[in-house]
Design a protein around this ligand. Structure first.
Ligand code: ADP
Ligand code: NA
Length: 341
């Protein structure tokens, strides 16, 4: 809508997968398609966040950043409508992170769940916690800076991000109050309707770019035969009839139903009824395979087109960064003025 600023980022820690697609970037695409002349859309790669977890080599990282921009474009984001850029191209993000860190309490960050799972630590074990890096701990503060820097009003993300958005609103309010500034709007979380997409081989975990086993993740540029193989191997259960959504007792089957529901934008109940005649896991898996293959047909083709055109990708990044910096610089000057700089 006019007057709104939509902001969202994704880590360039690997090619985009089905979870990113259903949990985040398909809603970016919908916002892109619905854009009128009034609003602002910013879609970027959180490449500064990406270095808070095991760091790839410089050449791998360079490639991942490129793949992330190609992924964003391949799902149909139009870089003329949306500002597409890398977080690291805009130094104002890290500067605002510092200001916000001075009003963030350690207690609040201690309650966040992501650093504990990413660093794989037991929060009650002092020595394990003592090894957690400052950047990983401060991850949500940088995310708040990303969002507030553009005075974003709407942030489309998956459900795993809701805690971080709460912190963002807390910090916006704290800043406004402390500096008597009616400055930051409180950004609204636009939660995508699809539930978390799970790891195909270990449905206790979410599907994630950082997973080392590539068979547990479906990438947007996977070829049809690769998608078929991965879905065939997906962990389900031994009950081969009545495929019902039951995430507690049947997480694998429920994940497949959730995926279909997300792609087809149908309710879980409607998907259950569509598949009610299936009498084997093969029926279900063939059905799911076909739906994913079809959904990713366009993105797969576009991804290979973009990834083979590095000059174009560089152009998109450069012009996106220029537009982002214009907004970021102006806003940061106001922010600093409120603070007395
Ligand atoms: P990843 O965990 O794969 O590195 P990011 O942390 O970069 O992904 O998240 C980018 C966006 O994708 C966020 O909005 C997040 O909520 C969404 N997302 C990531 N993984 C999933 C998943 N398995 N299911 C649904 N949404 C997801
Ligand atoms: Na992540």
């Amino acid at each position: 809508p006019s007057g709104s600023t939509v902001f969202s980022m994704i880590q360039p820690s690997g090619k985009f997968h089905l979870g990113n697609y259903l949990g985040a970037i398909s809603s970016w695409k919908a916002l892109n398609d619905a854009k009128d002349n009034g609003g602002t859309l910013l879609f970027g790669t959180a490449d500064l966040h990406a270095i808070t977890t095991p760091k790839p080599s410089a050449s791998t990282f360079r490639q991942m950043r490129k793949e992330a921009i190609a992924s964003i474009l391949s799902i149909g984001i139009d870089p003329k409508k949306a500002i597409v850029f890398h977080q690291s191209q805009v130094p104002q993000h890290t500067e605002l992170h510092w200001y916000l860190s001075t009003i963030t309490s350690m207690g609040y960050l201690n309650r966040m769940t992501q650093w504990k799972s990413k660093a794989n630590v037991n929060a009650n074990n002092r020595s394990e916690v003592g090894n957690v890096k400052l950047g990983l701990y401060s991850y949500p503060v940088l995310q708040a800076a990303d969002i507030l820097l553009y005075k974003a009003t709407h942030v489309p993300v998956g459900e795993d991000q809701s805690q971080h958005l709460e912190l963002t609103r807390e910090l916006a309010e704290a800043f406004n109050k402390l500096y008597k500034a009616h400055y930051f709007p409180l950004p609204v979380t636009m939660m995508t309707p699809t539930k978390k997409v799970l790891n195909l081989l270990n449905p206790d975990k979410k599907m994630s770019k950082s997973d080392i086993n590539q068979n547990s993740v479906i990438y947007i540029n996977d070829e049809p035969d690769v998608i078929q193989r991965k879905i065939r191997k997906a962990v389900t259960d031994s009950i081969s009839s009545e495929f019902k959504y039951d995430p507690v007792n049947r997480p694998g089957v429920s994940n497949l139903i959730n995926i279909v529901s997300g792609i087809q934008k149908k309710s879980i109940a409607d998907v259950e009824s569509d598949i009610s005649s299936f009498t084997s896991h093969k029926d279900l898996k063939d059905y799911v395979t076909e739906i994913i293959v079809e959904e990713f047909r366009g993105p797969r083709r576009e991804f290979s087109r973009y990834i083979n055109d590095p000059m174009y990708l560089e152009e998109v990044e450069a012009s996106g960064a220029k537009r982002a910096i214009e907004i970021a610089d102006k806003n940061l000057q106001s922010i600093k003025k409120y603070m007395g700089f």
